[in-house]
Design a binder for this molecule. Sequence first.
Ligand code: CTP
Length: 434
Amino acid sequence: KYVYQNLREALKRKLAPIAWNLLQEAGKTAAEMGYNVYTAGGIVRDALLGVESLDVDLVVEGNGILLARALSEKSGAFLRVHEKFGTAEICFPNGLQIDVATARVEFYEYPAALPEVESSSLKQDLYRRDFTINAMAVILGEERFGDLIDPFDGRDDLYKGLVRVLHNLSFVEDPTRILRALRFEQRYHMRIEQQTLSLLRRAVKDGMLERVSVERLWEELKHIMAENNPVKILQRLAEVEAWQYIFPGIEYWDIQPVLSNLPEAIALLKEHGQPEPEPWLPYWLSILHRSQPAMAENLCQRYNLSKRQSVMTRQIVEMLPDIVKLLQNKKIKLSEAADILLSVPVEAYALLLSLLPGDYQEHFLNLLEAMQTNKPCIGGEEIKKLGYRPGPIYKQVLDALRRARLDGQINSTEDEIVFVKEFLRECKDFKKGV
Ligand code: CTP
């Protein structure tokens, strides 16, 4: 059944030059040290699929930390060591990170009826992984550089489009794999293999997701919400009944219509030059937007969101219905609509857009555009040059200026200067500075 394949060219094509050089250097250095080194996991899967891969993982039969140290010294990259786990990260200034692990050789507590996995520590390491498609490796030693090692037929599954676990206890051993299975299934348009799907459903039913640390669950959840199209993955979470463990108290099908509009709304905002928030945030806000404030607060605490993110979530839960209503009033002035929008965190714009009926969506986008193109030309610095002492009044005058600009009351820098002078003259308690 074994079909030889060499991935040298596939890896070279898809890796940044710096990562490619490091793979070659790793092979040479490991040989000098008497070790075997491989690259494994996502990078091999993606090379076979012909897609870009950012992560590089090395597995060493030998001392992974010593190899990582030698490589970081040769390349001048920064090294971070985790003695306890026998792992290290080589960090390059451009952000590239190479994870180096020592091949794991521990035995499972349960019987693993796969005699060949005992033959080498690499195979044991691969056997501990989540899915066959992620349990392949490539030899980096010079003589056989690029040769594929695929003890569990991951390549077959990859081409058949199947996400398959390596053993029956995979989801029990690591329940975050429930989320990972759905993520890979949707990302690569694959299917979860039948037996794997029953194991996954059983693990969900047995409450395995309650046993995972919230930190790990959150990491996986953030990965999902940062995928190209998270909606289908979130829906699959609901279909396999995992949703209620992750967002207890929120009914998936209640928020589904809004969620399904979200990717388009995010794309539209990007086209309109809006700043891009952290990718998971618009999804998070959309999932929570119909919750009671106390429930939203609980979920923020559960996933340990930052103060800013929790405040933002609360704000959305509390004000969103009113804001959606206000923005559907065609009679309000541009400046009034802008004031409303400015009171909403930009991270929630996509949600807002998804909630508005079709014709108001266009209004919304026009308003954003108007806010950008009609910005005042002068700012605090210019007002200071006019001789006014800085203070809280600056914000008032600048806000007034912004509104006047948006409503077309003033149209030039000269007008703006006149406006500022007038405004400040009218403020009785304001004295001109020296
Ligand atoms: N892995 C695993 N079980 C997990 C997480 C990871 O077995 N719960 C293994 C898989 O072999 C995976 C590798 O560790 O390929 C690296 O994990 P990670 O970087 O999270 O995933 P990638 O496969 O690289 O996927 P992505 O493209 O999403 O980064």
